[in-house]
Design a protein around this ligand. Structure first.
Ligand code: NAP
Length: 543
């Protein structure tokens, strides 16, 4: 195990020496910051290498207009510090990106984490040294660092995906991806704008920019089920109540499948009368956030009659809100079940399509053929604009790992290993890549609630290795095979595997289809990890 004396300063690294740490963390977003905090508490030396010029990860890069939470702000913050919980005032029930970025900067300052972070440091490769049981990472600028352990806090939705349209580089106007929004912003006032994509990012962006653009063309391939967010500011009295109820808020989150604050109604939608059913749908519709999704009759989230009934309720809401019946029909989902894709929450999305200066184009009917100098061409028509926004999503979960050149035992790369889908043990390690912990694979649901205990578990595993005088922890091929089979078998059964979405890699042409995260609920995952640790890290080889 590396000791304090092995640790060189950042200055030494710049003068050509290789910095040495116990743990190297890639990324300084939500999990990277927390990992640094926990590692330092445990007495490890650690450094995070972050591509961005600031901390925050997702909340640093996704600064497109309208970007905000759709889980409750106070359920998303870190729980590890009571002082932080009491000091920080969330401004809105569903925090906007600038405020969340401010929060993560506040955390970095309050816990003095910046000295453990090197910004503007894009990691190009990470190679495992089998003789030394250490990882070496090399940055784009040639900077190098070594560490016993490597933690990839690279995010599950960070490798942006832009379709490889013919002529993409010929566009003469401004084009940008929602996940890499320019720091200086994009002035859209009075401009002609085209947006490709109507997922959660597109829905937020379209609603916001429609307030100021001159003309907007929305290119939609798949209509989504979207529900009103019903955001609002947090007044002083509510702020006090929130601060007094953090233990209950977090307790509730820890009990639910997706770590959200909402619990399903244990009744079947079909066990009550149609009137009572509709009354519940309407009541939840008026409430904020995901409640209408995750707080409803449990079987609206199972394929079958209840799911279809609730989908029809949503479709009728779209028909009520969109004046032109032809446009309303275009906005009604037809290719997937309610709940099989992430439910975007919106604040006036459907009403945008009642504006005279907004045009909806169905690119499933008439696909995009090419990007032109002045806009784009579908099989049907040509469209012109000055700004083109790609709200086309991410190569989720594995993309951010495959993008890095991660080389394990025998020179094998993680991207080759994941070519037919991820092969891991509990999402945290892959056989042949000792001492590498992949945070991004295992967390799903309310991100911070799921990620905090996961980071704790990983840090405790590293501590166990150190305490027991080992230098290496590696998932066994058997444990990995069992887990991969479990994900494949159980993954097929759950609703979020049924639609073509990032959850199963179906949004990326050529990507192997399969659930990319755990099929288990958050409490089950925590229990499985705890059982592994209790049995002396069963499923891992310790050397
Ligand atoms: P996304 O859900 O994958 O949506 C991408 C959009 O681009 C889809 O409408 C997709 O159409 C379209 N698209 C992709 N390739 C296309 C092509 N070749 N031609 C035409 N259209 C194409 O990505 P996202 O909206 O960035 O959201 C990703 C995830 O990020 C969300 O599910 C959510 O988990 C997270 N997110 C969260 C928040 C929040 O907390 N509020 C906000 C934004 C994002 P198809 O559907 O037909 O593939």
């Amino acid at each position: 195990m590396a000791t304090q004396h092995e640790t060189a300063s950042g200055a030494a690294g710049q003068s050509g020496e290789i910095e040495q740490y116990d743990v190297i963390v890639i990324g300084a977003g939500v999990t990277g910051l927390y990992a640094l905090y926990r590692l330092r508490e445990l007495g490890f030396t650690a450094k995070s290498f972050e591509e961005g010029s600031g901390v925050g990860g997702t909340w640093f890069w996704n600064r497109y207009p309208g970007c905000r939470f759709d889980s409750e702000s106070y359920s998303y913050g870190y729980s590890f510090s009571e002082e932080l919980l009491q000091e920080w005032d969330w401004k809105e029930h569903y925090s906007a990106q600038p405020d969340t970025e401010r929060y993560l900067n506040y955390v970095a300052d309050k816990f003095d984490l910046r000295k453990h972070i090197r910004l503007n440091s894009r990691v190009m490769s990470a190679v495992f040294d089998e003789k030394e049981d250490r990882w070496e990472v090399v940055m784009e600028d040639g900077h190098r660092a070594r560490g016993r352990f490597l933690v990839t806090s690279v995010g599950i939705l960070s490798a942006g995906y832009t379709p490889d349209f013919e002529g993409k580089d010929t566009f003469k106007g401004i084009s940008c991806h929602t996940g890499r929004w320019p720091q200086e912003g994009v002035d859209m006032k009075g401009k002609r704008v085209g947006v490709i994509g109507t997922g959660a990012s597109g829905v937020q962006l379209i609603t916001e920019i429609a307030k100021e653009v001159g003309h907007l063309t929305v290119f939609q391939r798949t209509a989504n089920f979207c529900a009103p967010l019903r955001n609002g500011p947090i007044d002083d009295e509510t702020q006090k109540q929130i601060k007094a109820s953090y233990p209950e808020i977090f307790k509730k989150c820890m009990e639910t499948a997706g770590s959200f604050m909402h619990e399903f109604d244990t009744r079947s939608a079909m066990s009550v009368s149609p009137e009572e059913r509709l009354e519940q749908y309407e009541r939840l519709w008026q409430e904020p956030g995901f409640k209408k999704w995750l707080g409803n009759f449990y079987d609206v989230m199972l394929p079958g009659e209840a799911n279809e009934d609730y989908a029809e309720f949503f479709k009728n809401k779209i028909r009520e809100r969109v004046h032109d019946p032809v446009v309303a029909e275009m906005l009604i989902p037809k290719t997937h079940m309610f709940g099989s894709k992430r439910l975007p929450c919106e604040s006036g999305y459907y009403e945008v399509f009642n504006q005279d200066n907004v045009l909806l184009v169905d690119v499933r009917e008439a696909p995009i053929q090419r990007i032109t100098e002045t806009g784009l061409q579908t099989t049907d028509a040509e469209y012109e604009f000055e700004i083109l926004v790609y709200a086309t999503g991410f190569d989720a979960v594995t993309g951010s790992l495959s993008r890095l050149h991660i080389e394990g035992e025998g020179g094998k790369t993680l991207s080759d290993k994941f070519a037919n889908g991820p092969r891991t043990f509990m999402g945290v390690q892959s056989a042949g890549f000792p001492n590498l912990f992949t945070i991004n694979q295992a967390s799903v649901g309310n991100f911070v609630r799921a990620a905090e205990p996961l980071v704790d578990w990983i840090c405790e595993a590293m501590d166990y290795v150190r305490q027991n005088g080992y230098t290496c922890i590696a998932a066994t091929p058997e444990a990995e095979a069992d887990w991969t089979r479990h994900v494949a078998e159980e993954g097929k059964k759950i609703l979020r595997s049924q639609a073509d979405s990032w959850f199963v890699g179906a949004n990326i042409p050529g990507k192997a289809r399969g659930l990319l995260t755990s099929p288990d609920s958050a409490p089950v995952m925590r229990a499985k990890r705890a059982a592994v640790a209790e049995k002396g890290y069963e499923g891992f080889i310790l050397r």
